[in-house]
Structure formats: C-alpha cells, structure tokens
Ligand binder design. Structure first.
Ligand code: AMP
Ligand code: MG
Length: 394
C-alpha cells in the first residue's frame, strides 16, 4: 500500500485499480446519461413515406399553373393510398403522407379555395417545397449514433424516432454509503450533548443523484469493530462502490483501516499530500471499490469531487470529472509547502475569489462556492493576479 502520495499519483493509483463495467443491454427508458458501447444503425428510412411539413395542399407541381382541382383529403396517420393525377390537389396536414404523383405542398396561408378549386398567386413556390423526402432524416442502415456517445435527451428522442427500444451501454454503479461515528444523530431527531447530525450521507447522496445514480443504500454504524465489519461486508455484497466516512485518522476510535483488513479489502492507498482530505483510504475487493473518506464534511465533498467522481466515470466509461480551467486569482494567499490545497472559491467569469472559512468541518463556505481552487503542493505564496487551476462544481 502507498502512503502520502501526491494528488496525481493518488488519482492514477485509484483509476488503475478500478474496472469499467461490462456493457449491458438496456431499455431506452433507462439509458439516459449512459455511454453507448456500440454504433447504432437505423432500422428504417425516416421518414418512411414522403411527408408533408405543412398544413396545406399537395399536388404535382407544373410550371405556370396556379389552379388545381381539390379531390380529397389526407390527415396525419391516414393509411389511405392516393395516386394523384396532374392538375389535381389534396387537402393535406402536417405529418401526413403526400400522395403518389404529388411532389409539392402549398402552405394553407398562401392558398385560397373557391368551389373546390385551389388558387394561388405566390410565384415563389418551387417543386419539392414543404415535402420531407423518404429517408431525409436518416436512411435505413446508416449510422445514427456512435460507440462512445453519451445519451442525452436529443439522442434518446432520436433513437425513439427511428424505432430503437434498447441499446447496449455501460450501467451506473450501485453505491453504499456507510457513515461511522458514535456521535452521529439522524436529522429530525433532537441533538443531545456531544452529538452531531450526520450530514455526510446527505451530501454524498445528493452528489450521486446529480449523476443519475439511484441505487443508493445508506448504512450507519457505531465505532464498533464488529458492527463496522458486518456493515462493510453487507455493503460489499450489495454494491459496486462503497463510500465510508469517518474513522480514517489516527484517533483511538478510528477503525476503518482495521475494518478493511478484517473484511479482506486490498488497500491501495492511505493518505494523500493534500488538504483537506489527507487521510483518504482506498481499497478494492473483487472489483468492488471501497473509499474510506475522512469524517469532516468539507473533506468528504472535496474527496468526492476529486477522486470518487473520476472513479464512477471510469466504471461508466465516461469522463464526469470536474471541468478544469486556469484563471487569475483575486486574492493573495500564503501556505506552507508540502500539501496541495483545495480551497473553496467563487469564479465570476473573470477572477476567482477565495471564500472565508476554509476549515474542513465547515460546509457553509462550500455551499456558496462554485469551484475548488487548486494550489500546488510546492507553492508557498500566491499573489493577486497569479494564474491558478480551478475545478468547476456543477
Ligand atoms: P473522524 O474522522 O471519524 O474522527 O471524524 C472527523 C470529524 O468529522 C468529526 O468532527 C466527526 O464528528 C465528523 N463527522 C464524522 N462523520 C460525520 C458525518 N457523517 N456527518 C457529519 N460529520 C461527521
Ligand atoms: Mg469518527
């Protein structure tokens, strides 16, 4: 197991021990946000028939003619099959099949009708106007979406429109959140002396929900070796990813390291040269990833954004890490060398300002931040106007 590694080494180490899931066939209704594992080809010409794009009149266009005899009507969804003779027109509606023989649709706003005769004066009309040709959206057999594409509302709708009801893609992980600590109280209950409300499980649940993860189990355990072991084993049975919080430091009741051993979790990493989040512990067992996150709420969230999010991304074959940007800083800042600092900041599109209250027990400054400001391990002094890396919080 590695200890006191750099931020970059830690992320590399974690990602190299995490597996991408095998792709699975997924119903379209469950596929939003997932990455396709295969190209998708259209099973149909779309549209499958020549389609009117307007409410109006369809006919075979003849140069110079501006009167046509109306002989019928075709509504959207009608399956009647017409063959239209020269000089004849049909009343037609958006989405309806343009009769065979017709090649042009005149929009009704430009038409006048007298005694079943369509009359128009608009010389701007051309052959083919307002008609969607067969296969003009996509031809049967041509590629609709590519392997690696991430499904979004437009792509889901596009697939539905060509009649695809299932796709092969990468699933999302099932996650267990295991919060530890004798001091933890449930929200909604009175807080007695020495207790704190569990906030970590709420923060983590919210983080997971934002990326579409819904299979989330929450377990709370006291600082008790046997209860902790039972809880971690249960979590590993039910989940792909286990997020423990608390108990990774050096206190007498910090049992997480021992619990990893007891449950047969291979430890890859303990402690990173960073602040907050230094005590992070990471291990795996049978392709399950287990994070021993710190207990302090701001450390938990920082570690989620910096390490857990990329881990979930690797499982889902998708880059969901926070977006990075290099921007000037508005304040000067002094730090000691040796640790990378992740500070809560507000980026206004021009400069980033550091928030007050950077201590790891505080979420108040996180709750008004829109980015993490990354100050390098070896930096000691940051001057106003220096360029710094920020990670944007979605
Ligand atoms: P620990 O690493 O277990 O010593 O916890 C560090 C700090 O985080 C302590 O102040 C804990 O009370 C606090 N803490 C631990 N777990 C939680 C939690 N689930 N929600 C809020 N605070 C917590
Ligand atoms: Mg604790």
């Amino acid at each position: 197991m590695k200890s006191m590694v750099t931020v970059k080494e830690a992320l590399d180490l974690i990602l190299s021990s995490v597996h991408t899931f095998d792709p699975v066939e997924t119903l379209l209704q469950d596929a939003n946000g997932r990455t396709l594992s295969e190209d998708i080809f259209s099973p149909h010409d779309i549209p499958g028939y020549p389609q009117s794009s307007m409410d109006g009149y369809a006919f075979a266009f003849e140069e110079g003619r501006n009167q046509y005899q109306i002989v019928g009507e075709v509504a959207a969804g009608s399956d009647q099959f017409f063959i239209l003779e020269a000089g004849k027109a049909v009343r037609i509606f958006t989405g309806a099949a343009v009769p065979q023989g017709a090649d042009t649709v005149l929009m009704q706003e430009k038409a006048s009708v007298e005694n079943e005769i369509l009359i128009f004066s608009d010389g701007a009309i051309k052959r083919g106007d307002n008609l969607r040709a067969v296969g003009s959206e996509i031809l049967k057999g041509s590629k609709a979406l590519a392997k690696g594409d991430i499904l979004n509302p437009a792509r889901i709708g596009f697939l539905a429109g060509i009649g695809i009801d299932r796709v092969r893609c990468y699933r999302r992980p099932k996650v267990s959140i295991l919060v530890t600590g004798n001091e933890l109280q449930e929200i909604g209950q009175p807080l007695t002396y020495g207790q704190v409300y569990d906030s970590n499980s709420w923060t983590l649940r919210a983080c997971l929900e934002i990326i579409g993860i819904s299979q989330i189990t929450r377990i709370k355990s006291a600082d008790d070796i046997s209860q902790l072991s039972t809880s971690l084993n249960e979590a590993m049975e039910n989940s792909d990813l286990i997020l423990m919080t608390g108990g990774v430091s050096v206190g007498d009741y910090d049992y997480t390291l021992r619990i990893f051993e007891a449950c047969g979790v291979t430890q890859h990493l303990h402690k990173i040269k960073q602040k907050p989040g230094k005590p992070l512990l990471f291990g795996t067992k049978n392709k399950k990833a287990v994070f021993g996150l710190p207990g302090n709420p701001a450390s938990v969230l920082t570690c989620f954004y910096e390490y857990v999010l990329p881990t979930i991304g690797k499982m889902m074959n998708q880059d969901i890490s926070l977006k990075r940007q290099t921007v000037p800083i508005a304040d000067e800042h002094v730090k000691v060398a040796g640790l990378t600092h992740f500070l809560k900041g507000v980026y206004d599109g021009q400069v980033v300002k550091l928030q007050k209250g950077q201590e790891s027990y505080k979420l108040s400054s996180f709750s008004t931040a829109n980015c993490l400001v990354v100050l390098p391990e070896d930096a000691t002094r940051i001057n106003k106007g220096d360029l710094v890396e920020i990670h944007l919080i979605p």
